[in-house]
Design a protein around this ligand. Structure first.
Ligand code: ATP
Ligand code: MG
Length: 443
């Protein structure tokens, strides 16, 4: 027996009282059987969207053209979707046309994998027409029906297969895997938004090393060709024991499952294949080029339609992952200023993972230096040293009062004052900065 949350029970009961069927379905059934906490609870029903809206007091039309109405209970939303048979998917999030059905089995048949095609309510118990429970036990991702046909309807399912393998630590069933290998190029047709969602779920999962599969199946050639190039690039540098791609995957595994950090790990060496020199023995050497890397990362993330805040953070991390300031508070403050305060705490994790994934050449020294930076950083934060314009004891208005003309000069003077204070934090007082401005900067 499965325990349904009160809200879900309530929704199903209300639907049944009105003469319809209702079941918890998909991810929530799968996760509950795995004794994981589901992200959200989806409900499938024989009721039409208009019926659902009539039965429940507060609803939102979140996807009514696909049969989905969100029912609100105590500020929580539950997607209630009418049983449907999907037509062919278009280059969007949803099928081109949907046909409703009154048959639960038809609705389960349209779902992607056996483990995602189970329904449950307290009256009928588990409805599992494709042995999803068996595949959960065996740890297998298997298409419902004929894999090639299913991937032909919606190519995104191929990336979803790898995503679920990464999240659950499952294997992809053979016929399903063969179909992916063959049909991966079809992912070209899928929108960037849909790919982004699955890629992020894969990267932030417990097995980000499944990026191997993304490469090996040819999916990467279509959705992330830059990663394929990295995987194919050997790295002959004697101080690195991995190829660029393998190294990248090691770093990925070594950082926290945070979206920005995992994306930065994925792309931290993305420019290496472009930065190659061949020595007199004909051996290729690749070197880091963080600025080129950041630029390339930006292009990739834009193409995948990531939001600007994410792009900005990831690119800054890629750009600075290799900086090694001198082990002095002044240099570390300058580095923090350059990187941005919000980036700096996570850079340690990225750098540490990078060091650990390299050969053991000077590993101990590198880790010690990193530890040194960390200590200096902690003290800077504890002392609340001035690091940005807004911490400066003098602001634009003060400068105007001193007689500086409003305009670009204000910004220039403030930037110079910040440089002074980053060198010597004790100079961050109104008196000192006023005197300094009058003496040195205010012409
Ligand atoms: P998560 O825990 O990540 O939300 P989920 O299984 O709930 O996993 P969703 O993307 O939220 O995945 O989709 C909900 C359900 O809808 C799936 O379990 C599956 O039954 C069905 N589904 C989603 N996307 C597709 C698709 N592209 N093709 C077929 N069925 C799909
Ligand atoms: Mg879900």
């Amino acid at each position: 027996v499965m325990k349904l949350p009160e809200h879900v029970k309530f929704i199903i009961e209300k639907l049944q009282e009105a003469g319809f069927e209702g079941y918890a379905v998909g991810g929530c059934v799968r996760d509950t059987l795995l004794q994981r906490v589901p992200q959200d609870w989806d409900i499938t029903t024989s009721a039409y969207p208009e019926d659902v809206k009539e039965i429940f007091g507060r609803t939102i039309d979140t996807g009514i053209e696909h049969g989905t109405v969100t029912v609100m209970l105590d500020k929580k939303g539950y997607e209630v979707t009418t049983y449907r048979i999907d037509g062919e998917y278009e280059d969007a999030r949803h099928p081109k046309e949907v046909t409703y059905t009154d048959n639960l089995l038809e609705d389960l048949k349209r779902r992607d994998f056996t483990i995602n095609a189970m329904a449950y309510n307290e009256q009928r118990g588990l409805v599992d027409a494709f042995d999803g429970a068996g595949d959960l036990k065996r740890g297998i991702i298997r298409c419902v029906g004929e894999p090639k046909e299913r991937f032909g309807e919606d190519a995104l399912r191929m990336l979803r297969a790898v995503r679920f393998a990464a999240q659950l630590g499952f294997d992809i069933e053979e016929e399903t895997a063969e179909a992916i290998q063959e049909l991966a190029p079809m992912l070209k047709k899928v929108s960037a938004e849909r790919i982004q969602v699955e890629l992020v779920k894969l990267l932030t999962s417990v097995h980000p090393e499944e990026m191997h599969t993304v490469y090996a199946t040819g999916i990467a050639d279509v959705v992330l060709p830059e990663f394929s190039v990295m995987m194919r690039t050997p790295q002959n540098n004697p101080h690195h024991c991995y190829t660029v791609g393998e190294h990248t995957i090691e770093v990925l595994k070594g950082v926290e499952a945070d979206k920005v950090l995992r994306l930065a790990a994925l792309f931290h060496d993305v420019a290496k294949p472009d930065c190659r020199s061949t020595d007199e023995d004909g051996i290729d050497h690749f070197y880091e080029h963080p600025q080129v890397g950041a630029k390339k990362t930006k292009t990739i993330l834009r193409r995948l339609k990531f939001d600007n805040a994410t792009i900005d953070m990831v690119c800054r991390l890629v750009a600075i992952h290799d900086i090694n300031p001198a082990l002095t508070p002044e240099s570390v403050r300058k580095a923090i200023q350059k990187a941005g305060l919000e980036c700096y705490p996570v850079i340690f994790e990225l750098k540490k993972a990078d060091i650990l994934a390299q050969s053991d050449y000077q590993r101990k020294e590198k880790l010690e230096a990193l530890d040194g930076y960390h200590k200096i950083y902690d003290k800077i934060i504890k002392d609340a040293d001035c690091l940005t314009l807004k911490d400066l004891a003098l602001n634009g208005r003060d400068l105007i009062e001193l007689g500086v003309k409003p305009g670009p000069q204000i910004g220039n003077i403030l930037a110079k004052l910040l440089d002074v204070v980053i060198e010597e934090p004790e100079k961050n007082t109104k008196e000192y900065l006023t005197g300094y401005t009058l003496k040195n900067l205010f012409i």
